[in-house]
Design a protein around this ligand. Structure first.
Ligand SMILES: Nc1ncnc2c1ncn2[C@@H]1O[C@H](COP(=O)(O)OP(=O)(O)O)[C@@H](O)[C@H]1O
Ligand SMILES: [Mg+2]
Length: 263
């Protein structure tokens, strides 16, 4: 997958208040992008995680915004009081008619089998990639009000929130979106055994999706910008843990157990 390379064409329009303080910029393709950027000259592991997560999920048949590399012109930072470097940023195309999923907007989410399946797939992806940043008080999900579908965002917390120094560990049953109100909302009125049955049928999906990611492993790692300052071997080592068969087996068992605990 060739990742588009864009330039900002205007001053930053907005800075979000969330953890990474992303910025909104209009780019050379005339679209607006929500950009995450290198916030110090130290190695940008969190940005690399963001990039790896965004790439990997594109092989999972889960909706996630399209992304591009964005060169934000130095002059376009003028109104923004934040530390940043000149390294290329990672921008997600800004989606229209979407709502952040939280305790209030959850009421807009239709309850049906299709959306429940989207949530189960997103939860399974998180178990596989050890995403600790999609939880009961921070869904990192958008809801597309027209298409009535969930959109996954924000991968800065994969690999157990970016410590590349330790081996991957399994999420706990309260670290997952399965523990959140959105799961209760979608499960409401459904037979528990039906939900478990639907989840159990995703085993093949896990294996196929991780196979596709494995096939694309090299090109993902090779696309990480050199300016982000991360030794390639550290990234390779971390990414390869995802493909160990014992990890995938444990992910599957843990996913089914945590679902069982939470419904
Ligand atoms: N592609 C997008 N389209 C529309 N809004 C988005 C998009 N990506 C992020 N946002 C908005 O920006 C906020 C912060 O994005 P997020 O990736 O979660 O950043 P952080 O890592 O700082 O938590 C989201 O809660 C959402 O409101
Ligand atoms: Mg977030």
């Amino acid at each position: 997958m060739k990742i588009p390379e864009l330039n900002s064409i205007k001053s930053i329009e907005r800075q979000y208040e969330t953890g990474e303080r992303p910025v909104l910029v209009t780019c050379s393709d005339k679209n607006a992008y929500i950009c995450k950027y290198m916030r110090s000259s130290a190695s940008a592991y969190k940005l690399a995680s963001e990039f790896i997560g965004a790439n990997m999920i594109s092989y999972w048949n889960i909706r996630s915004p399209k992304f591009a590399f964005v060169k934000i012109e130095p002059a376009h930072w003028a109104n923004i009081n934040t530390s940043h470097t000149s390294a290329v940023a990672l921008g997600y195309i800004m989606l229209e008619k979407v709502a952040d999923i939280n305790n209030v907007t959850i009421q807009n989410v239709k309850k049906n089998a299709r959306i429940l399946e989207q949530l189960l797939k997103i939860a399974l992806f998180d178990f596989w990639i050890a995403n600790e940043d999609r939880t009961y008080n921070n869904a990192n999900l958008l809801y597309d009000l027209d298409k009535e579908e969930l959109v996954s965002i924000d991968y800065g917390g994969i690999f157990n929130t970016s410590t590349y120094d330790y081996s991957l560990t399994q999420l706990t049953s309260t670290d997952t979106i399965l523990y959140a109100d959105i799961m209760r909302h979608l499960a409401d009125g459904l037979d528990r055994s039906k939900i478990l049955e639907r989840a159990a049928s995703l085993k093949g999906f896990l294996l196929e999706s991780t196979d596709k990611c494995r096939e694309n492993r090299n090109q993902i790692i090779d696309s990480i910008p050199i300016g982000w300052n991360i030794p390639k071997q550290n990234i390779s080592k971390k990414v390869d843990e995802l493909f160990q068969s014992h990890w995938i087996d444990e992910v599957w068992n843990n996913f089914m157990e945590c679902l069982n605990d939470n419904i």
